[in-house]
Write a protein that binds this ligand. Structure first.
Ligand SMILES: [Zn+2]
Length: 502
């Protein structure tokens, strides 16, 4: 077996790992490399979707392979000379963009296999945003050459339905999820996608998916059995609510001789647990006067549920955004759990709503909460808002409150500026801030209000000891040398594009 790490070998995310045996293979994730993306792009300098895969190929955002959607290849790009591997599927570990954000470029004949929850999140993400081609994962508008054939445009005709990718689920797929895949909120219809169970895929390997503890629901690791067995962790941790799932995966991984393991936190000792975050946030809400705002990453549903529990214990109600509500509804299609039961939905004041927003509005009309209601009863709510929602505070005009920053630390100077602006908004409404602070020396993060989605060094060490592989391939890390220091010759480090023959 040959394992080629096309991307994500030495950066945190962007995993595009290819497993190949006798000319047949599968990708493990096909994500966006945000480290590389940040080198060239920002919020306003962005990829040109009218050039299909051209920009992504030129900038090395995707490997030079002949595996991409035909409709995304403009006339001035010749891919015929690129290697053409026989790709059976993408096994997707979880619905974070650094793992799935380039799948949309891949030939539509290449199906995705993932957990039901991951597939539901992908569909909901696509429904609620207008992404570039790389992120058009579950369905897309076929592009056609414009008069100048170097330029590609989406067909606008409502008669042309969206094209769909095939989905294969790691478990039995609920009928509701199948229906959700066919639902379109736009003028174009979605052709019902072919979907089934992963065993029906005909992949030339034995595949076993095991759910893992990570900061998004539905994350899984894979055991891939060919002439040798490989375990792939995706992203994982053991300090969240589903820690025992990770342990189970690692015990199964004992059957594997090769462990492809993420190392985001390699070299970092100690981690805050979800339990500690719960205790600290509960205390902050108990001591809060006025409105509480909880800020956590989009799609961190475990944190959202944690704030739901805190709301229950403190006699408040959790108000989520329309997008959160749509996502929670999508999760219900995958696992049958009604997470909207005790939530209210905040509807921002806007002139025109997308069709998916109107669906949420209709579905949850009784749960709707207006800015004036929050102003009047601000001590009765925990509002799930983040940086980009700050403008809506002008409608609520809270007199005071507590803001809990329960998300990851800033990593770039640009993000530091976002915190300066966030701080201005919060000062304008006399909020007390937990989780970060800005003083004359700059921006500081307060420990204990956020738990990472990744295993600490100590947990990585234990994970490797449990799985006990012959060969360790670190990916998704800037500290591959840490693995070498800890595990010596068993570690095979690769650079992007590098291969290991097993
Ligand atoms: Zn990741």
């Amino acid at each position: 077996m040959r394992i080629t790490v096309y991307d994500g070998a030495t950066t945190i995310g962007g995993n595009k790992i290819y497993l190949e045996e006798e000319g047949k293979g599968i990708f493990l994730d096909f994500g966006m490399n945000f480290a590389r993306h940040r080198l060239y792009y920002d919020e306003f300098l962005r990829e040109r979707s009218s050039r299909g895969i051209y920009d992504a190929i030129q900038l090395g955002m995707i490997p030079r392979l002949n595996v991409y959607r035909k409709d995304l290849i403009p006339s001035d790009l010749d891919v015929s000379g690129f290697p053409k591997p026989d790709v059976f599927a993408v096994l997707l570990s979880h619905a974070h963009l650094d793992h799935c954000g380039c799948i949309g470029y891949l030939d539509a004949e290449i199906p995705i296999a993932a957990t039901a929850t991951t597939l539901a999140i992908l569909k909901a993400m696509r429904d609620t945003s207008k992404p570039g081609p790389g992120m058009e994962v579950p369905y897309f508008s076929k592009r056609v050459p414009a008069d100048d054939s170097r330029v590609l445009e989406a067909s606008r005709s409502a008669k042309d339905p969206y094209c769909c990718r095939r989905f294969y689920c790691t478990e039995e797929m609920d009928e509701r999820l199948r229906q959700f895949f066919c639902e379109s909120h736009r003028s174009k219809k979605i052709e019902p996608p072919e979907c089934g169970k992963i065993d029906e895929l005909g992949i030339p390997f034995g595949i076993e998916a095991c759910e893992l503890d990570h900061s998004v629901y539905g994350a899984c690791g894979f055991l891939i059995q060919g002439d040798t067995t490989v375990a792939y962790t995706g992203d994982f941790r053991v300090h969240g609510r589903s820690a025992e799932k990770t342990e189970r995966f690692l015990r199964k991984a004992r059957d594997a001789s090769v462990l492809v393991i993420e190392g985001t936190k390699a070299g970092d000792e100690g981690s805050v647990s979800e339990r500690e975050v719960f205790v600290n946030c509960l205390k902050a809400v108990e001591n809060a006067r006025g409105l509480v705002i909880a800020d956590f990453s989009p799609r961190n549903f475990e944190r959202l549920e944690m704030f739901g529990e805190i709301a229950r214990r403190t006699g408040r109600e959790l108000a989520v955004t329309a997008k959160d509500a749509y996502m929670l509804k999508a999760l219900e299609c995958a696992d049958g759990i009604d997470r909207m039961k005790d939530c209210r939905v905040y509807f921002e004041l806007k002139a025109q709503r997308d069709a998916w927003e109107n669906q949420v509005l209709e579905l949850y009309s009784e749960k709707r909460v207006d800015p004036a209601e929050i102003r009047k009863n601000s001590e009765c709510f925990i509002l799930c808002f983040s940086y980009y929602d700050m403008k809506h505070l002008l409608d609520i005009r809270p007199e005071s409150g507590t803001y809990i920053y329960s998300s990851s630390e800033a990593h770039s100077e640009e993000q530091d500026f976002d915190f300066l602006r966030l701080n201005s908004w919060l000062r304008l409404f006399s909020f007390e801030i937990r989780g970060f602070r800005i003083d004359q020396n700059g921006l500081h993060f307060e420990r204990g209000y956020h738990a990472s989605g990744h295993a600490s060094s100590e947990d990585l060490r234990r994970a490797i000891e449990t799985a006990d592989p012959d060969v360790i391939i670190p990916v998704h890390t800037e500290k591959a040398e840490w693995f070498l220091e800890q595990f010596g010759e068993r570690v095979k480090t690769v650079s992007d594009g590098g291969s290991v023959e097993i």
